[in-house]
Design a protein around this ligand. Sequence first.
Ligand SMILES: Nc1ncnc2c1ncn2[C@@H]1O[C@H](COP(=O)(O)OP(=O)(O)O)[C@@H](O)[C@H]1O
Ligand SMILES: [Mg+2]
Length: 236
Amino acid sequence: MNQAIEISNYSYVYPDGTMALDSINLTIQHGERVSLIGPNGAGKSTLLLAMAGFIRGKGTVLIDGMELCSRTLKQIRAKLGCCLENPDDQLFMPTLFEDVIFGPLNMNLPPQQVKDNVDRAFETVGLTALAEKAPHHLSAGQKRAAAIATVLSMAPQIITFDEPDGSLDPRNRKRLEEVLGRLPQTLIIATCNMRFAAAVSSRVIVVDHGRIVADGPAKSILYDKDLMEAHGLEIP
Ligand SMILES: Nc1ncnc2c1ncn2[C@@H]1O[C@H](COP(=O)(O)OP(=O)(O)O)[C@@H](O)[C@H]1O
Ligand SMILES: [Mg+2]
């Protein structure tokens, strides 16, 4: 069986010369829930962008066994959905309903499947009652949930999240943990919040200076005080 994600010897340098990822090797199996932790500037967001093909560096990225390149990008995007750091980047239609139906319509899915996907996405994040609302009228927690619904409606096998807990109050963070806990997909979640990482993932990868410096079961990584402190992090 294919791995969900297989990254080999992958490096990325931004146009201004910043080395953001340095020889990354990483395999994630289908069904895993993985947190990417590390200090600001470690390379977490860049690694998520590389997985989705938003940037192209040196090395290879395989998504469900398919090598990421311009020819496969469309198929890869159907397999892997990204929740971007800022939900506003994913909400641009007059109503939430139009945002959530946008992806599956563009994938030319049969109408019944579009409807089922949209209904299920709204139910999963608990926003069915707000479908006709304008996205810019939503609260931070609702916007986060709405942005997740726009990805769920495309029914990807793999979903990446870039600091989804950012700007959420404790109640909304708890709700988000519950939503993530219900998702059957392979999840890759970048976060700086170790309690959140402990709640949503069973495997934790520590990134610092563009390299993977630790990778293992969430419990052993997150409670390794020396490791956490060496990389500017704290135990949950
Ligand atoms: N568009 C960009 N241009 C140049 N450098 C960037 C850009 N985006 C990020 N970087 C740099 O790349 C490194 C990794 O950043 P990033 O992936 O955003 O880290 P993280 O998400 O872990 O905070 C940092 O040194 C950051 O300053
Ligand atoms: Mg980031």
